[in-house]
Design a binder for this molecule. Structure first.
Ligand code: NDP
Length: 337
């Protein structure tokens, strides 16, 4: 088996030379371990933060060690109670084609009924996993969005954003999505968004104002932030009174940490904006049952669909990861091993 190792801490945007694909030792299976062959690997923007040597909510990757991340694999040999060869599992031993893993990689069997009903296993890396869960928690719990609200969501053609658009539409909200470029904007519209803003086509405040005017809306009740920077500032500019902002991510500043100019931040006061950052893993276990039931229903009814951008082979993992920062993905970026 082979795994991607972080061999240098990236400065700014990572490059392929920051990573090396190295053979893993072929060790005998010990008690409480599984031998796993991976089928799908997730690449996620939060992994950029783990490449820094700085304290954050997810531990830093260690240099010259295999990186970790969400993966779907098949058990080929088991010395762990409750697991048998052939089981399809979600676990954290990603960035590799296979390995022996222990409990620290949090292996979880995928629900057999959903797999039998035809749900593709990689769904548990997006709509039924981290990105769908983040969308659901951020929109419904953190921002407490309700039918009739006007929701603005950035990176709306990405994994989290496309789930936010669809969950919000299923709950009878008005949705404005922003994305980079005509193709992505057209897809966000196809998902049901009432209006779209192409942030690469011009400044955001006039574009968002025009979108709101076109829908006869006075402003934004809920902003779901995936981007930070100008997007967040535009949301401050156009927030309705008592707007709620779910601060999920700020991909605009992950690589260069550039200062974010918030000319409209002062509107927090007159508009009485409530803003809350959140981390999926803090919230998930509290609402797991409700999330799985609701999301499985939304998927089964066709209200939430999934689109993937797939790169093939473990070799492609860094390229897939880097593609998140250039917008190479529509929907969820995945690696098929
Ligand atoms: P996406 O699938 O949305 O991929 C990233 C997208 O971001 C790209 O496709 C690109 O789309 C857009 N993007 C990249 N750089 C910029 C930029 N400078 N300005 C505007 N848009 C940019 O990734 P995810 O759905 O996995 O993640 C979305 C956000 O959610 C991220 O910020 C991530 O960190 C956050 N997140 C937070 C979690 C939490 O627990 N708080 C959990 C999971 C994700 P485009 O072509 O439109 O620019």
């Amino acid at each position: 088996a082979k795994a991607w190792h972080l061999v240098r801490r990236p400065q700014g945007l990572p490059t392929i030379d920051d990573f090396a694909l190295r053979a893993l030792p072929d060790l005998p299976l010990e008690a409480d371990q599984l031998r796993v062959r991976n089928h799908w690997l997730s690449v996620d923007p939060y992994m950029r933060g783990r490449m820094n040597d700085a304290k954050s909510y997810a531990a830093s990757f260690q240099l010259d060690q295999p990186m970790t991340g969400g993966a779907i694999g098949e058990v080929v040999e088991s010395a762990m109670d409750g697991f048998a060869p052939g089981d399809i599992i979600l676990h954290m031993g990603g960035w590799r084609d296979g390995d022996t893993i222990g409990l620290e990689m949090t292996p979880t069997k995928l629900p057999a009924d959903l797999l039998a009903a035809g749900m593709p296993p990689q769904t548990f890396l997006h709509n039924m996993g981290l990105t769908g869960g983040t969308a659901w928690i951020g929109l419904l719990r953190i921002a407490a969005a309700k039918p009739g609200d006007t929701v603005f969501v950035s990176a709306a053609a990405g994994a989290v954003g496309s789930a936010v658009v669809q969950i919000a539409k299923a709950r009878e909200m008005t949705v404005i999505g922003s994305a980079g470029g005509a193709e992505k904007c057209a897809w966000v519209k196809d998902l049901g968004a009432d209006a779209v803003v192409d942030y690469k086509a011009g400044p955001l405040v006039p574009a968002l104002t025009e979108a709101l005017d076109g829908l006869g809306k006075s402003g934004v009740d809920v902003y779901f932030d995936n981007v930070g920077g100008d997007h967040l500032d535009a949301a401050f500019a156009l927030a309705n009174d008592f707007a709620r902002f779910a601060i999920c991510g700020m991909i605009d500043v992950y690589n260069d940490g550039k200062p974010q100019e918030m000319r409209h931040l002062i509107r927090t006061i007159p508009a009485r904006i409530r803003m809350e950052g959140f981390i999926y893993t803090d919230q998930f276990f509290d609402c797991m049952e409700e999330f799985y039931a609701d999301m499985a229903g939304l998927i089964a009814s066709g209200a939430v669909t999934m689109r993937e951008t797939v790169r093939d082979g473990v070799e492609a993992a860094p390229d897939a990861f880097l593609g998140l920062f250039s917008g190479a993905n529509i929907g969820k970026m995945l690696v098929r091993v």
